[in-house]
Design a protein around this ligand. Structure first.
Ligand SMILES: Cc1cc2nc3c(=O)[nH]c(=O)nc-3n(C[C@H](O)[C@H](O)[C@H](O)COP(=O)(O)O)c2cc1C
Length: 324
């Protein structure tokens, strides 16, 4: 399938694997890229710019297809060395960067000068328009359903995507709640030129995470995520567990007085124990409502090929309906 996104990024299928903390390692990105999608290494999972440079080199050893790097600008406990990460990306010859979390204006000139395509992930039409106005090449429009940070507007993709299509001139992909060929055809119907998936890609054979994480996604239904940190205006959609229940109890007790320090134990530095060691109750970890649509753990190639096959069957069926 050819769309503005496959052409822009030089990929076969219009499917992107969004950056994911402690999931978006070289193995994940290479598996998605080798299957014809766009795999993305999560920049900040690498402790230093030097570590990111190594991860980019490792990924290049595993694939000769295009892959990207995610740069997330979120409130973090200690500000990362963003200029260093940008240098590692440029010197590593990466051609696509997914920015997220905040306005990427400060890094954009460096990336653009190096000939890097920038896709900015955002959760509202106004932020998508801002990204377009500062020179991003594309946007990833992340609806309220998404795993991770859905923003504070709570607009689901049935509204957000067509609204984005009505306003934007640059190409965009849908993000949040995407799982299969139906998601892809619906995204195209809404005006997107492809789709971005997070949660669905964690439940794959190649995802470099503990099997407990994959099994937790498999076991979860669409009712099992919770929104945390809303009082801090840093809302995150996570899979419910004992730590999340505790965190939500603190939010209820402290109300408007809640501070980050109050919940630090449930949210800060918990990813390595969860993703590597499989300690599922160690803290809050991002997961989308789409967990309810995850029924198996295929390889990335099986998943992507199945999505493309199902999408083309649906399109054929629609064509038959039109002719009837
Ligand atoms: C475990 C996990 C970690 C994530 N970490 C990041 C991150 O570090 N940076 C980022 O921009 N997005 C992150 N995301 C969001 C994804 O890139 C993607 O936008 C989101 O998962 C899409 O929604 P879906 O899960 O419904 O597919 C994360 C998502 C998950 C599930």
């Amino acid at each position: 399938m050819k769309t503005a996104i496959t052409e822009m990024f030089g990929i076969e299928h219009p499917i992107i694997q969004g950056g994911m903390h402690f999931v978006g390692l070289a193995e994940m990105a290479a598996a998605v890229s080798n299957a014809g999608g766009l795999g993305i290494i999560t920049g900040l999972t690498q402790k230093t710019p030097g570590d990111l440079a190594n991860e980019i080199a490792r990924c290049r050893d595993m694939t000769d297809k295009p892959f990207g790097v995610n740069l997330t600008f979120l409130p973090t406990v200690n500000a990362p060395d963003y200029p260093g990460y940008v240098r590692a990306i440029i010197e590593g010859g990466v051609k696509v960067v997914e920015t997220a979390g905040n306005n990427p204006q400060a890094v954009l000139p460096y990336l653009k000068d190096a000939g890097i395509r920038v896709i900015h992930k955002c959760t509202s039409v106004r932020h998508a328009l801002k990204a377009q106005s500062i020179g991003c090449d594309a946007v990833s429009v992340d609806g309220f359903e998404c795993g991770g940070h859905p923003g504070e507007d709570d607009v689901p993709n049935f509204i957000l995507l067509p609204r984005a299509a009505d306003e934007l001139e640059i190409p965009f992909v849908s993000s949040g709640g995407m799982a299969d060929g139906r998601s892809l055809v619906a995204s195209l119907a809404f005006g997107a030129a492809g789709m971005n998936m997070g949660t669905r890609f964690i439940a794959t054979k190649e995802a470099p995470v503990h099997d407990n994480v994959k099994q937790a996604i498999l076991a979860a239904s669409e009712l099992d995520t919770r929104l945390v940190m809303r009082p801090l205006r840093n809302t995150e959609r996570v899979l419910n567990n004992a730590a999340v229940e505790r965190l939500l109890e603190k939010e209820r007790e402290l109300g408007a007085d809640l501070k980050f320090e109050d919940i630090i134990e449930e949210v800060a530095g918990v990813y390595p124990s969860i993703m590597r060691e499989g300690e599922m109750d160690r803290g809050a970890w991002s997961c989308g409502m789409v967990a309810g649509l995850v029924y198996d753990i295929p390889t990335c190639r099986e998943l992507i090929e199945r999505i493309m096959r199902q999408a083309s069957e649906i399109i054929d069926r629609m064509d038959t309906l039109r002719r009837a």
